[in-house]
Ligand binder design. Structure first.
Ligand SMILES: [Zn+2]
Length: 242
């Protein structure tokens, strides 16, 4: 999916450059009015989350994201295209869907669960030349969202993850995103969360994005409620708020 987004944006960029004679390439002469960015992970704002470690002060931070398909990114890109005289618009047709809902769409379109589990979502996949080893770290934010999406759509996940963060002690750095997510899911979601680190374009209201965010939180909470070991430190006292 990341490759698709990158290719989409690259296609727009190169097409515009070619249009203005600044780049010689084999661009198609056929008119193209819309270019879609369909990378789900970065299709909507990432709410800022916090991490809380025993004995340490809480601090605000932003969840890992390139924001390559954030509404503001796409808005600025389209402004650039318009300024350059381009005739295309970049849109994100999946912006109103959660990860799980995108998986549902894929299944409805005929893809198998096995195919979904063979995709790659990890922000920093383990670097290895051994193809037999896991290609997903299992603990980054992208992996956690992936787990939630697949759990929503399949109620199983055959992805080979390098780590299950809930099996690690909370002092392990690999649990940072899990701790941040648990805290965020147990804190009421507000419109302010959606614009605290990156502003939305003027044509989009934060309130418009709340429904999909609430559904995404429900998916994440469902996956974690299933995965967190009973009686373990991560489940103890944790009460998600949809
Ligand atoms: Zn990962």
């Amino acid at each position: 999916m990341l490759a698709h987004a990158a290719v989409s944006l690259l296609f727009v960029s190169t097409k515009q450059a070619a249009r203005h004679g600044r780049l010689q390439l084999h661009a198609s002469n056929s008119p193209c009015k819309r270019n879609s960015v369909t990378h789900r992970d970065f299709s909507r704002p990432k709410p800022p989350t916090q991490r809380s470690r025993p004995g340490t002060k809480r601090e605000t931070r932003t969840v890992i994201s390139t924001r390559s398909a954030h509404p503001r990114t796409l808005s600025l890109l389209n402004q650039l295209i318009t300024t350059l005289g381009g005739g295309v618009a970049v849109v994100n047709p999946l912006s109103d869907l959660t990860k799980g809902e995108v998986c549902d769409l894929a299944l409805e379109a005929g893809l198998t669960g096995e195919t979904l589990c063979s995709t790659v979502s990890c922000s920093h996949p383990p670097h290895t030349r051994n193809a037999q080893l896991p290609f997903h770290c299992g603990y980054c934010y992208a992996c956690l969202v992936r787990r939630a999406g697949l759990w929503h759509a399949l109620r199983t996940d055959s992805t080979s993850y390098q780590h299950d963060p809930w099996q690690l002690p909370s002092r392990d750095s690999k649990t940072e995103d899990l701790l941040a997510l648990l805290l965020w899911l147990s804190t009421p979601l507000t419109s302010k969360d959606l614009i605290s680190d990156v502003q939305l374009p003027s044509e989009i209201s934060p309130a418009d994005l709340l429904p999909v965010q609430h559904r995404a939180r429900e998916e994440l909470s469902a996956m974690l409620s299933n995965a967190l070991p009973e009686g373990g430190p991560y489940r103890s006292g944790w009460q998600p708020i949809p």
